[in-house]
Design a protein around this ligand. Structure first.
Ligand code: GLU
Length: 508
């Protein structure tokens, strides 16, 4: 068995879509599981679709989620360069070999001639207007033109492309690790361009040549590439590399949250969830798309969520560390059916990961969000995160929900005031503020027992006034454990807040 070598081969044509991150993840899991090698190859041969910044964005996204590359742009490796545009000279010889052996040909057709062919075929009611076995003999190429003329055209520098000569009537078969046997009739495949007139290879040629040269053993990629796979099989055959052909695994589609159709950026925008790992500013339109990172997702939670979009471990376990994912992952457990992109599930994973993190680690999220004029020790921030972590979904929630620790309320929840601010509440809170004043180090336990004492002395149940206490201390109707919150706030602050509330809340 050859040592496992997999590659993630994105094209820098825009922001890396979340589906691309899943593809990278599955490749990475297989590489790590088998002690194999994870390669990053940038497929940038289509110069017309090049987007500045996209390549750097891909690198940053992979770094953020923690997918480590063994061979690639930054890492180097035995097959460098790993950017296809820098490998341009390499592809030509393979195209030449295909021509020499009668498996590819020069085509000189101009845009107008191609258009004329399509119009003609349409007019005759032909279902397909492709350049293929049925049409190639009517066109301007090295199969139809006399040899001398072809030579002359090449010498003169007349623009040409190189096309694959797809066999006429043949069933092309391939074994996909996820889909089993895939059969496509060659009549379904057109004579794809392998080399463009600018001398650049197309995706198909560059992809196959590089997979071969880089000794790739498994091609794990999105379902949208399945239609290209038979063509790739032909290329392996024509280039004499059949025994080195990688195994294919085409991953299931990512579907919209309701399961109807392919997930798109438009759905994500409409429903208000991210679809890119990091913020992305489109260089053309200037439009900013919010990333998972900036939306408050943790990278490990996101990966755990993505791992389950198409794969499952066959058990009930849902929370998997990277180490566990590597252990449990197998291509055999990837399904064919499209995977619903359930953003609520992503949020659930994020909650679980936030909850499981040590308070000291969470403190950074709160400290980073604090406005400059507020200072807070790491210890205090960790304590605040500790009381909040059961309640938060996103990293920014620590500040959103924990603001009251830093800013005394100046307004109060209307509903609580209407329903719970009454004589009894005022009585208990007045006595409670007085009782607390004598205490030096307020603990949650002491805050609770003091409240119980005060209330029972007045013959009032604590349950009746808890909401009033919360609103006077925090301003809100709900929040984290009140006694523990008061411990963090400290006695002086709690007393001053209760007294301020008693003064300002007029309704009795
Ligand atoms: N460059 C292709 C893409 O952008 C790679 C497809 C493949 O993995 O073969 O997705």
């Amino acid at each position: 068995m050859r040592p496992v070598r997999v590659r993630f081969a994105p094209s820098p044509t825009g922001a890396l879509h979340i589906g691309g991150v899943r593809t990278a993840l599955y490749n990475y899991l297989l590489a790590r599981k088998t002690n194999g090698t994870m390669i990053l190859r940038i497929e940038d041969t289509d110069q017309t679709r090049f987007v500045p910044g996209a390549e750097e964005y891909i690198l940053q996204s992979l770094a953020w989620v923690g997918i480590k590359i063994d061979e690639g742009l930054k890492e180097g490796g035995p097959h460098a360069p790993y950017r296809q545009s820098e490998r341009k000279a390499l592809y030509k010889q393979y195209a030449q070999k295909l021509i020499a052996e009668g498996n590819a040909y020069y085509a000189f057709d101009t845009e107008e001639e191609l258009e004329a062919m399509r119009t003609r075929l349409k007019a005759t009611g032909s279902v397909s207007q492709q350049y293929s076995a049925t049409t190639r003999m009517m066109m301007n190429n090295s199969l139809t033109l006399p040899e001398a003329e072809v030579k002359q055209k090449l010498e003169k520098g007349i623009p040409y492309v190189i096309r694959l000569k797809v066999p006429d009537a043949e069933e092309i078969q391939l074994q996909d690790l996820i889909r089993g046997e895939v059969k496509v009739h060659s009549s379904q495949i057109d004579d794809k361009v392998l080399m463009k007139s600018d001398g650049m290879p197309t995706y198909h040629l560059a992809n196959v040549v590089d997979d071969y040269l880089m000794k790739i053993t498994h091609v794990i990629r999105g379902e949208e590439w399945l239609p290209s796979a038979p063509l790739h099989v032909l290329l392996y055959r024509f280039l004499g590399w059949e025994t080195q052909m990688p195994q294919f695994a085409h991953l299931p589609l990512l579907l919209k949250p309701d399961g109807n159709g392919k997930l798109s950026k438009r759905d994500a925008d409409q429903m208000g969830f991210p679809i890119f790992p990091l913020n992305w500013k489109d260089p053309k339109s200037g439009e900013l798309a919010k990333g998972f990172r900036e939306s408050g997702y943790l990278p490990d939670a996101l990966l755990n969520f993505l791992a389950f979009l198409g794969w499952n471990p066959g058990t009930e376990q849902e929370l998997f560390s990277m180490k566990e994912l590597i252990q449990a992952f197998t291509i055999e457990r990837i399904g064919k059916a499209g995977a619903r992109f359930d953003i609520h599930k992503a949020q659930w994973f994020n909650q679980q990961y936030l909850k499981a993190k040590p308070n000291e680690d969470l403190a950074a999220y709160l400290l980073n969000a604090l406005p400059k004029e507020i200072s807070c020790s790491k210890e205090k921030a960790a304590k605040i995160c500790g009381v909040l972590k059961e309640r938060v979904t996103f990293t920014q929630d620590f500040w959103q929900q924990g603001k009251f620790f830093f800013e005394a309320p100046t307004s109060y929840d209307d509903q609580v005031i209407t329903k719970k601010w009454n004589d009894e509440a005022v009585k208990v809170l007045t006595a409670y503020a007085r009782a607390l004043s004598g205490i030096k180090d307020l603990t949650a336990e002491l805050a609770k027992s003091t409240l119980e004492n005060v209330a029972s002395n007045l013959g009032i149940g604590t349950g009746k006034i808890l909401q009033a206490l919360r609103v006077s201390v925090t301003g809100g109707a709900s929040g984290p454990d009140l006694m523990r919150s008061m411990e963090i706030l400290g006695c002086t602050e709690v007393v001053s807040r209760i007294e301020y509330a008693l003064k300002t809340i007029k309704k009795v």
